[in-house]
Design a protein around this ligand. Structure first.
Ligand SMILES: Cc1cc2nc3c(=O)[nH]c(=O)nc-3n(C[C@H](O)[C@H](O)[C@H](O)COP(=O)(O)O)c2cc1C
Length: 488
C-alpha cells in the first residue's frame, strides 16, 4: 500500500502521477541541474488531500485477521512468517468478505495490522464471478495474494522475479496449511484470469499480479482461540491510494516482465483436488505432515531458515521424516503435468552412502549416483555462500526445460508454484524433524545439475539445504548487497 509521501517522477518516459516540481529560471545546464535537484524532492500530502477515514474493523473480517495473526507467529519482521529471499516479502494481501453492503475488498497490511476498505458492492461480486470463484457467504472469505516483483527485483535483478514466484508460493502454502487446520474448507486457487479481481484492483497498472486466491470456509468452532484485536481499519475508497501510478523504476521493471505474464480469459475455474504435489516420493517411514503428531500450525510457528550448519552428520531417520513432508496432500487446482522431480544429494548422512538419489521410483536410498560436492565445491556452486559449507544434504527441485517453456507463461508459473510449495513442505518437515533447513536461490543451476547427475534436459529450479543447525547469529542473506549474485 502506498503511504502519504510522494516521490517525484524522474524517469525518462514514465510519470508517477505525483506533483511535478517546476524548474524555473535559467535555461541550459543550470536548468538541467535544477530539474535534477527537483527530482530528488519528496512532498507531504496537503491538508485538502483525502486521508482515509478510520472505521470500525468489520466483524466479517475477523476470521481472516485471525489467520494472519497465526501466520505471523515467529516472523522476523512482524508480517507473515514465510521464507523469502533476502527477507523482502514481495507481495501484498487482500480479503474479500461479505457484509451488510454486500461483498467488499479490504487491503491488508499484516505488518502494521491495518486493513483498508477499497471496493464494495456489485463490481466486487462481478469480479469474483469473472475469476471463476464464488462470492463468500457469511463467515467465509477469499484471501488474495498479490505479487509485487519489484520488491525483489530491485535487489536481485532478473532473478528477483524467480524469487518473487518462490516467495509467494511459500506464503500461499503457509496460509493454506494454517487455514486447513482452522477452517472447515481451505483451498488454493491458482488458475486465475487477468480480468475479474486483477482488473478490479488495477493490478497490472500498479506493477503487480494476482498470484493465487485462498478460498476459506467458516472458521471451525474447535479452531485455536486467536486474538486479532490490535487491527485497525480505514475506508480508503475516496483516497484511492491503491490506484496511484507506480514509481518510474518500478514501471520499467514491470515492463520487463509483463510480456511474460500469462494472459488468461475469464474462467470457470479448475477442479480442486486434495493430493500430494509430488506423490511418487519414496521415504521411510511412509508418513506425511498430516499424519504427524504436531499440528501444522505448531510447525509453522517453529519454522526458521538456518543461518549456517554444524559440521556433523545428519541422522538418516530425521532426513527421511523431512523428505516424507513432500507427500503431504494439499487442496489446490494444480494439475499433474509439469514433470517436476526432486533429487537428494546426501553428503554427510549416517547410514547413507554419499551420493545423489532421485526421490522417486525405487526409493530414496536405492538409486545411487555420483560423488557429492566437498565443502569447497559446495560453497562455489552456492555462489560463495560460505555459511552453507556444512550442509549435510541438499534437495534439488528440477524439471525438464521443455516442460518449463512448453505451455508458455502459465506453464512456467505453475512449475515455479509447485517447486515453491514443495520447498515449503520441506521447511515444515525439517521443523517437525527438528533439523536445520534453508532454501537457497543463490546457486549455479548447471553446476548442480552436473554434480547431482540430473539429466541434461532438466533445469534445476530450487535448492533446499538440510543439516544440523550451526551457531551463526546473523542471516547473511538479509544483508543489503546481493552477495550471492556476484554483486560487488
Ligand atoms: C526464494 C528464496 C531464496 C533464498 N535464498 C537464500 C540464499 O541464497 N542463501 C541463504 O542463506 N538463504 C536464502 N533464503 C532464506 C531467506 O534468507 C530467509 O527465508 C529469510 O531471511 C527469512 O527468514 P526465515 O525463513 O527464518 O523466516 C532464501 C529464501 C527463499 C524463499
Amino acid at each position: 500500500m502506498n503511504g502519504s509521501m510522494h516521490v517525484m517522477s524522474t524517469g525518462p518516459s514514465v510519470q508517477d502521477g505525483t506533483r511535478e516540481a517546476t524548474a524555473t529560471g535559467p535555461v541550459g545546464p543550470t536548468a538541467d541541474v535544477a530539474r535534477f535537484w527537483d527530482r530528488m524532492l519528496v512532498f507531504a500530502a496537503s491538508a485538502d488531500e483525502a486521508e482515509p477515514a478510520p472505521i470500525t474493523v468489520p466483524a466479517e473480517l475477523t476470521p481472516v485477521l485471525r489467520l494472519f495473526e497465526s501466520a505471523g507467529v515467529g516472523s522476523p519482521t512482524g508480517g507473515c512468517s514465510a521464507p523469502s529471499a533476502g527477507a523482502l516479502y514481495p507481495y501484498e494481501h487482500y480479503a474479500v468478505v461479505t457484509g451488510a453492503d454486500g461483498p467488499a475488498v479490504y487491503a491488508l497490511d499484516a505488518v502494521r495490522r491495518n486493513c483498508q476498505l477499497t471496493r464494495v458492492g456489485a463490481p466486487v461480486a462481478q469480479a469474483v464471478e469473472d475469476a471463476g470463484l464464488t462470492v463468500p457467504a457469511a463467515g467465509e472469505a477469499l484471501v488474495l495474494t498479490v505479487a509485487r516483483p519489484w520488491l525483489s527485483m530491485r535487489k536481485y535483478g532478473n532473478r528477483g522475479y524467480l524469487y518473487t514466484q518462490f516467495d509467494t508460493a511459500h506464503l500461499a502454502v503457509h496460509l493454506l496449511c494454517l487455514a486447513t487446520e482452522s477452517c472447515d474448507r481451505a483451498e488454493l486457487r491458482t488458475h486465475l484470469p487477468d480480468s475479474g479481481l486483477a482488473s478490479l484492483l488495477n493490478l497490472g497498472a500498479t506493477c503487480r499480479f494476482l498470484h493465487s486466491v485462498l478460498v476459506l470456509g467458516a472458521r471451525r468452532p474447535d479452531a485455536p482461540q486467536v486474538e486479532a484485536d490490535t487491527w485497525s481499519c480505514v475506508d480508503g475508497r475516496k483516497a484511492g491510494s491503491g490506484d496511484k501510478p507506480s514509481f518510474w523504476l518500478e514501471a520499467e521493471c514491470w515492463r520487463s516482465v509483463d510480456a511474460y505474464r500469462p494472459r488468461r480469459r475469464p474462467t470457470a475455474g479448475r477442479p480442486v483436488r486434495t493430493r500430494p504435489l509430488l506423490p511418487e516420493v519414496a521415504a521411510a517411514p511412509p508418513t506425511d505432515l498430516t499424519t504427524e503428531a504436531e499440528p501444522l500450525t505448531t510447525l509453522a510457528a517453529r519454522r526458521r531458515s538456518a543461518k549456517d550448519f554444524a559440521a556433523t552428520p545428519l541422522a538418516r531417520s530425521a532426513l527421511a521424516r523431512t523428505l516424507a513432508a513432500l507427500r503431504t496432500p494439499l487442496a489446490t487446482d494444480l494439475g499433474h503435468d509439469t514433470g517436476l522431480s526432486a533429487t537428494l544429494v546426501a553428503r554427510r548422512v549416517t547410514g547413507c552412502p554419499p551420493g545423489s538419489y532421485p526421490l522417486h521410483g525405487a526409493g530414496p536410498w536405492a538409486d545411487h549416483r555420483t560423488t557429492p560436492p566437498d565443502d569447497d565445491e559446495l560453497v562455489r556452486v552456492c555462489m560463495g555462500q560460505y555459511h552453507l559449507r556444512h550442509a549435510a544434504a541438499v534437495v534439488l527441485l528440477h524439471a525438464p526445460r521443455a516442460e518449463l517453456v512448453r505451455s508458455g507463461p502459465p506453464g512456467l508459473d505453475t512449475v515455479l508454484l509447485r517447486a515453491g510449495a514443495l520447498a515449503h513442505l520441506l521447511y515444515l518437515g525439517a521443523a517437525e524433524a527438528r533439523i536445520g533447513v534453508t532454501a537457497i536461490g543463490g546457486f549455479d543451476a548447471g553446476r548442480w545439475r552436473a554434480l547431482a547427475g540430473i539429466p541434461a534436459a532438466h533445469e534445476v529450479l530450487y535448492a533446499v539445504l538440510l543439516g544440523n543447525p550451526g551457531p551463526a547469529a546473523v542471516k547473511l542473506d538479509r544483508l543489503h548487497p546481493a552477495y550471492a549474485h556476484n554483486e560487488r
